[in-house]
Ligand binder design. Structure first.
Ligand code: ARG
Length: 252
């Protein structure tokens, strides 16, 4: 028994060091973040990330289960094994690379400023936003960016979810929001609840803040798992699955 125990202990430690050979995984996601990840009226999850993630799991022959997790605890949730991957519009950047392993980017949207048209903003530089209230989702790259570049001129309100931010915008509690472009487009420009505009240009520089596109995050040891997802991503790009999802969510 002692020998057996010793052997399985060695095996377990070895498997851990190399990363496991998964048959099923759990994927952490913060919702709502429409159109990337949100709920159908019946409560089930949908969105570009969810549908793409499910397609990748099918390709990688993995059983995948989505786990809803608030954004501010999403990296700790991965590292503490609450789930095995994060697919939640997470931008690949240096700061996060210190903690997690990323897949290849699967989409690279810019950020943008959104405001009620009644505010009359024509630009969103720090001088224009002096004394104004800016809304961001807490712990996002948009939070880092406005904190560093606008923090001394403007007041910043940080929200747990993108939806809370949009609600406060419609209630007039913030003057302008800084968001991943697809989220502001869907929840403000395309939603019939107020008259919103994009202020100024799309922003994806400097890379130090805006990173290298959205990636799926894994624990650093799970290189083999990340590779399976990269392979699956190449396959869904090849066979048209990626394009049809892109058209469904972002097409005209
Ligand atoms: N792309 C931004 C970032 O990585 C925000 C992502 C927020 N995602 C979400 N599902 N709430 O910082």
């Amino acid at each position: 028994t002692a020998a057996l125990f010793g052997a399985s202990l060695t095996l377990a430690v070895g498997a851990h060091a190399q990363g496991r050979d998964y048959q099923s995984i759990r994927i952490g996601v913060d919702v709502p973040y429409e159109p990337m990840e949100y709920r159908n009226p019946d409560g089930s999850l949908t969105g570009f990330d969810i549908e793409l993630g499910d397609a990748l799991c099918e390709r990688a022959e993995l059983q995948c289960e989505w786990v809803v997790q608030a954004w501010d605890g999403i990296i700790p949730g991965l590292l503490s094994r609450r789930f095995d991957a994060i697919m939640s519009s997470m931008t690949i950047n240096e700061e996060r690379r210190q903690q997690v392993l990323f897949s290849e980017p699967y989409i690279s949207p810019p950020s943008a400023w959104f405001a009620p048209s009644s505010e009359g903003f024509t630009s969103a530089d720090a001088q224009t936003l002096k004394g104004k209230t800016i809304g961001v989702q807490r712990g996002t790259l948009q939070d880092n960016y406005v904190t560093d570049l606008y923090g001394s001129e403007a007041q910043i309100r940080r929200y747990a979810t993108a939806d809370d931010l949009v609600i406060d915008m419609s209630a007039g509690r913030i003057d302008i929001a800084f968001l991943d472009f697809p989220i502001g487009k869907t929840t403000m420009l395309d939603a019939d609840q107020g008259d919103y505009v994009v202020v100024g240009d799309m922003i994806d520089e400097p890379k130090e803040y805006f990173g290298d596109g959205f990636g799926i995050a894994f624990r650093p040891r799970d290189e083999a798992l990340a590779e399976r997802f990269n392979q699956a991503l190449a396959e869904v790009r090849e066979d048209g699955t990626y394009q049809s999802l892109y058209d469904k969510y972002f097409g005209v």
